[in-house]
Design a protein around this ligand. Structure first.
Ligand SMILES: Nc1ncnc2c1ncn2[C@@H]1O[C@H](COP(=O)(O)OP(=O)(O)OP(=O)(O)O)[C@@H](O)[C@H]1O
Length: 373
């Protein structure tokens, strides 16, 4: 049995079901992360685990303790769960040390002092014990909030968008630092974020929530390389979809030729499929067999990326080894890299607009060739 077990959980607000039959687990010491669009139910799930939301259905257990089911709710303060919020939620009238020791009031004074000093050392805030929250930076405040949550030695730490108020440059750095702290202490944690860079930096397991359902709960690499649904594929990394027609259960005819695929849908031969290609799958190469026109280009720290239009009219993302991107309208040649083991991920086309391949630089910035393949 896993350490944290969320089994078949459903939550409602009034008549509206916002979490539907959701199951996920975390082993002791694992860090999980929930991603998903605004309003998909991430915070509700976190609140249910913390004990602030009753369950309509299902169970939540931590260690060997049943925390929630339909008719049983252990109150939040008896769950041994630490919470870290987006807005730090430090007491403004208390010093850093007093904020951290607040949850240790049950301990004798000397033990309280020792534990406070220990966790402040852990988050590299020693020397700032007597400062007030307004006298330290946002990143430092969030470190104090982590120290405060860790001080009572919780069984589980829940973090709700803990870095989203911070400067984007600081976010991944602090996320990595927090991961190190949690790993050192063997703390099991579940974090909610909008930022996949953060999720991939921190988590051992990442889940994508889609309309209250967990579309996939998996290791980050698998989530990226083998998304269970088209929504997951779109949400994680930069994706383009090449339309094709099944010629067998393992191959589809496309404008780039016959490609080996692994299908996530059960469409019969002859049906349309959309094949997931990541930008690094299509590479600018003067000797490449594919001709295309640059629709847009963007220069990032990782190199140039293009949205290209093939002669077939299909629009795909591609990467370029060139230092300076070619302007829109340039003709380029491309090669398709070898398929991943088992073939390219492919999805049924029902209900999806094949022509859409939106290019949004702000999305691309967050997702820029993000996850090392
Ligand atoms: N107390 C509440 N009463 C009624 N509806 C609520 C309540 N809290 C949240 N909701 C609704 O439930 C749905 C899920 O909300 P939730 O806050 O869990 O989403 P989220 O994925 O965390 O969103 P965000 O990323 O914007 O914080 C949303 O449609 C929201 O409007």
């Amino acid at each position: 049995m896993s350490f944290l077990n969320v089994q078949n959980v459903s939550c409602r607000y009034g008549n509206r079901c916002v979490i539907r039959h959701l199951s996920m687990t975390l082993e002791k010491g694992e860090i999980g992360c929930l991603l998903g669009r605004s309003g998909c139910g991430k915070s509700t799930l976190l609140r249910a685990i913390a004990g602030f939301e009753p369950l309509r259905d299902g169970t939540i257990t931590l260690g060997d303790r049943l925390l929630s089911h339909r008719t049983h709710l252990v109150p939040p303060h008896k769950r041994q769960i630490g919470l870290v919020f987006q807005d730090y939620a430090l007491f403004p009238h208390l010093t850093v040390a007093a904020n951290v020791s607040f949850g240790l009031r049950h301990l004798p004074r000397n033990q309280r002092k020792a534990r406070t000093a220990e966790v402040l050392r852990l988050v590299r805030m020693e020397g700032m014990e007597e400062r007030y929250p307004h006298e330290i930076s946002g990143g430092q405040q969030q470190r104090v909030a982590v120290a405060r949550a860790l001080a009572p030695r919780p069984m589980l730490l829940l973090l709700d968008e803990p870095f989203s108020n911070l400067d984007p440059c600081l976010r991944v750095d602090l996320a990595l630092e927090v991961r190190e702290i949690l790993k050192k202490q063997d703390i099991t944690a579940l974090m909610v974020t909008h930022d996949q860079g953060e999720a991939f930096a921190v988590a051992d397991r990442v889940g994508v929530l889609d309309g209250g359902e967990l579309a996939q709960w998996d290791e980050p690499t698998r989530l990226f390389l083998d998304p269970a649904t088209r929504t997951v594929a779109e949400f994680v990394g930069v994706s383009s979809f090449l339309p094709g027609h099944l010629i067998s259960s393992k191959a589809a005819a496309t404008s780039l030729g016959v490609l080996p695929i692994r299908r996530q849908s059960t469409s019969p031969a002859g049906e349309g499929v959309d094949i997931l290609l990541r930008p690094p799958d299509l590479v600018q190469d003067p000797a490449g067999p594919v001709s295309a026109v640059v629709v847009r280009s963007v220069l990032s720290a990782a190199g140039s990326m293009y949205l290209v239009e093939l002669d077939s009219g299909d629009r795909l993302y591609a990467v370029s080894p060139e230092r300076f991107p070619r302007p829109a309208g340039s003709r380029v040649r491309l090669r398709l890299e070898p398929p991943p083991p088992g073939g390219w991920p492919a999805y049924g086309t029902d209900g999806h607009d094949r022509e859409t391949c939106p290019f949004d630089p702000t999305i691309a910035k967050n997702k820029e060739f993000p996850v090392a393949v």
